[in-house]
Ligand binder design. Sequence first.
Ligand code: CDP
Length: 325
Amino acid sequence: MSDPYSNMKLVDENGVRLDGRTLDELRPIRIEAGVLNRADGSCYLEWGNNKVLVGVYGPREVHPKHMQNPLRGIVQARYNMASFSVSERKRPGPDRRAVEISKITSEALEAVVLVDQFPRTTVDVYIEVLEASAGTRCAGLTAASVALADAGIPMKDMVVAIASGKIGDHLALDIGRAEDNFGQADVPFGVIPRTGEIVLLQMDGHLTKEEFETVIEMNMRAAMKVYELQKAALVRRYSAFAGLAPGEESEPAAPAAAPVATGPMAAAPVAELGHPEGFKEPLAPPPVDAKVEAVLVEGEAAPEVEGEEVEEPNGDDEASSGGGY
Ligand code: CDP
């Protein structure tokens, strides 16, 4: 039987793709840092129709102990797709694909985390794909980097990941769902923007050497745009607390709306896209809520305030962020 999709036109005569994008256009991206209170660091990321949530814990002691490395720490990423993340219910639990993605993600993150600063420990990175629409490994890795920075984990930079490839005989940036299924090639790629070092590189399909080099260049250029969104998410997260003395009562300002990257990629060469010195300083933790702090100090129950819910302090309700080490 012939393939019903073999004639599917992924790019029209004007160079427009099925979802209306041009060949060098990213899907809309939104990144929020510090979205979970219990994790040491966290990030929520939307990339097209992908929705990914990441929580980070650590550095903390490795268990089982035989996995400890006396010379350096380890990064353990766990990629998981929710059952409801795809149209056919996914069977819960790890499969071969999740094991593979967890491994490549851990390796890419170990290239930026300063693991020699905390031997015998692990940094655990939990990547939950809530909705999947192609490129989830890249979305997960990009979000994981922001969550690590949000946790104050010492890093030399973040990792940005993106997958471009070939569809309908055209090279195309940021492969979407139908393009992933019916296209000719897909090249997931992760880079350290500050050094240009490639820490993730996979390929599904066939490309000539020249096509491969062009795809890498497209990925590299787009990665610099996504990098700006990662940094903007962290700046928004922490600027809300800027200027407040520790314990000061004022409510932090509501974070500004996240910028969304859309539109054709700028044609600027990678070298012109700048690598600001964003992550050399550890990020300050947010101030502890004044009400909870008062209860901790005085050992008394917090007074009921009419019309307002008073949070019960408990053992694991410490500072939500700022590194648990
Ligand atoms: O997500 P990514 O492109 O990194 O990995 P993939 O293995 O190339 O999967 C491509 C897409 O196939 C995913 O993003 C999902 O949308 C879809 N998929 C699915 O529907 N069911 C699965 N069990 C796995 C993937």
